[in-house]
Design a protein around this ligand. Structure first.
Ligand code: AKG
Length: 260
């Protein structure tokens, strides 16, 4: 990666509130981690520790999104995957950090079938993080583990929305995009401009904690797979101690993936 390409990606992140970066993992690594991802979804916990939460039940429709919070507690292959130094280096370059730490992890599988139950609703990540003060030093890395084509329900980002502040009404679990979008209040003078971001297997996107995003149906014949890694840098300050900020001293719960 040339310095010019890196600078261009950093500029895109700062201007739009999101960007895509080239693969951070090769095909063999991805194939291995996919087996471990499926094991966790099937309730097989290699470490003997359960995840923090499962957002699906055995009887759910096959098209419903599978979301597991803190899957790295259950499985050491997932833990070492999310700790890849490439991810930390990118995050540090994007926001000019001296330290990058993962404070929360989500495993996300959007099954094929093209149903609304696979949707992720419009939201800003910060709305779920009241335990951090403000928005400084908070961002998300989203690592694609399958070919995330335009047809597979890639994340759609609203360009420039990281400058809008925290808006009311976002909801990760709202699957009716049309109605939901109409209820969201765009600050005066701003325009809602969406971009869907396809990613090759192993590639990643990064987004600011205020950037609005959502994702639609998976119309491919295979599952859309990813890990969302919620990151804090040395600039983030704890507002209060809740589950995710209580475990920052635990290197398994909250691994540091970049340190200057
Ligand atoms: O996987 C998706 O479609 C959305 C993930 C997400 O909301 C996030 O990474 O913050």
């Amino acid at each position: 990666m040339t310095t010019e390409t890196t600078s261009l990606i950093v500029e895109q992140y700062q201007e739009n509130g999101y960007c895509a970066v080239p693969p951070v993992a090769d095909a063999d690594t991805i194939a291995t981690v996919i087996d471990h991802m499926d094991a966790v979804v099937d309730g097989e916990y290699e470490t003997g520790r359960p995840p923090h939460a499962l957002h699906f039940s055995p009887g759910d429709a096959p098209e419903k999104i599978r979301k597991v919070d803190q899957p790295h507690l259950c499985d050491d292959t997932i833990l070492s995957f999310i700790m890849r130094p490439e991810i930390g280096r990118w995050a540090a370059s994007l926001v000019g950090a001296r330290m990058v730490q993962i404070f929360a992890v989500q495993l996300l599988i959007k099954p094929p079938g093209g149903k609304a139950s696979g949707h992720v609703g419009w939201h800003q990540d910060k709305m779920y993080w009241p335990y951090w003060e403000g928005t400084e030093g908070l961002l998300t890395a989203w690592i694609a583990l399958s070919d995330v084509t335009l047809n597979s329900g890639p994340i759609r980002f609203v360009s420039g929305s990281h400058r809008w502040g925290l808006c009311e009404g976002g909801d990760f679990f709202e699957t009716d995009h049309e109605t939901h979008r109409r209820t969201l209040k765009v600050p005066q003078g701003q325009r809602w401009e969406e971009e869907a971001l396809p990613l090759a297997p192993g590639a990643a996107s990064f987004h600011h904690c205020l950037t609005f995003h959502a994702s639609g149906p998976n119309l491919e014949p295979y599952p859309r797979r990813s890990f969302a890694l919620h990151l804090r840098t040395d600039r983030a300050k704890v507002a209060r101690h809740e589950y995710y900020t209580q475990h920052l001293d635990d290197p398994v719960h909250a691994p540091i993936i970049y340190q200057e």
